[in-house]
Design a protein around this ligand. Sequence first.
Ligand SMILES: NC(=O)c1ccc[n+]([C@@H]2O[C@H](COP(=O)([O-])OP(=O)(O)OC[C@H]3O[C@@H](n4cnc5c(N)ncnc54)[C@H](O)[C@@H]3O)[C@@H](O)[C@H]2O)c1
Length: 349
Amino acid sequence: MKTILVTGGAGFIGSNFIHLMIQKYVDYKIINVDTLTYAGNLENLKNIEKHENYNFIKANICDKVKIDDIFSKYSIDYVVNFAAESHVDRSIVNPEIFLITNIIGTQVLLDVAKNHWKKEPHNKYNIEYRNDVKFLHVSTDEVYGALGKTGKFVETMPLMPNSPYSASKASADLIVRAYHETFGMPINITRCSNNYGPYQFPEKLIPLMINNCLNNKSLPIYGDGLQVRDWLHVSDHCEAIDCVLHNGDNGEIYNIGGNNEKTNIEIIKLIINTVGKSEKLITYIKDRPGHDRRYAIDNSKITTQLGWKPKFSFEVGIMDTIQWYLNNNHWITNIVNGDYREYYEKIYK
Ligand SMILES: NC(=O)c1ccc[n+]([C@@H]2O[C@H](COP(=O)([O-])OP(=O)(O)OC[C@H]3O[C@@H](n4cnc5c(N)ncnc54)[C@H](O)[C@@H]3O)[C@@H](O)[C@H]2O)c1
């Protein structure tokens, strides 16, 4: 029996992760802590909201008193920290909230976990922890910056983030590392490439393009559209996190990626053709400042040391994903109309 505090569990990856854990570990309890920003949508978890092993608590990870109460009440064994401001474009318009949530929020969680997990009596600088606890911080390949035409990110590379979003994620990675080095906190950091799959907020490339196609709206592409991203199905990412949570060596960082390098324009054309629309919908717009040209993940550490490998081929995963959005068009429409927000705001004032 384990109790996992999942932060940001109402978002895209967090909700997929909760579905996986509830299904896979029948004796685990999941506490989902999410402040329900514009990106948090409890509709993603509708079918398990009454599950006996699942609890939702509306809370901000920066609220130390509330996080401390949750640790006291539920005796948390693992923290999996997804909660974040996650959209690069928004970080260019308003960086401050990215620094507050992504950096301070992570530090608050670390501090509370440290106080609850340490063994008593303890020495200030030589803390011993319960041996069955772990803080897993979910990070991104964007912390490494941009690659040229060749090469891949490996875990030992220096961090060279280029956007306020990636800089805030890199800062969080460093504070997690510092809690391990200074206080001996049991941690892992995972750095994953671009995810695709169900329940992704429709500001991100794939759901945005599908929704615009369905509504015959233009498909905006930054610059020449030749930016390369390494795409991974969200369920493969969730399985990798599960694998690191249970088998990752203490203090280690693991890159997660699927060896699926695609340009943005390739993805958009694939969506257009699958949905049956015209490429005339494509509109090239001025490139985003600090736009990284290419990301690619070397996943050999997690595949060789922990035995994880992706199950989805890109061809199957992307078709399933497009189909999911077509079958669940009401999910996007309700987000765009604000219907879910209104409903859940009334419940969780
Ligand atoms: N989406 C990707 O392709 C990708 C790739 C690699 C890593 N990541 C990382 O994975 C994590 C999840 O990404 P996502 O795409 O699911 O993001 P998302 O934006 O869909 O979800 C983020 C969730 O965090 C919640 N949240 C935001 N601020 C909070 C706060 N202060 N307190 C509590 N909850 C808060 C939101 O309400 C939302 O439910 C992020 O840390 C992101 O950096 C994402």
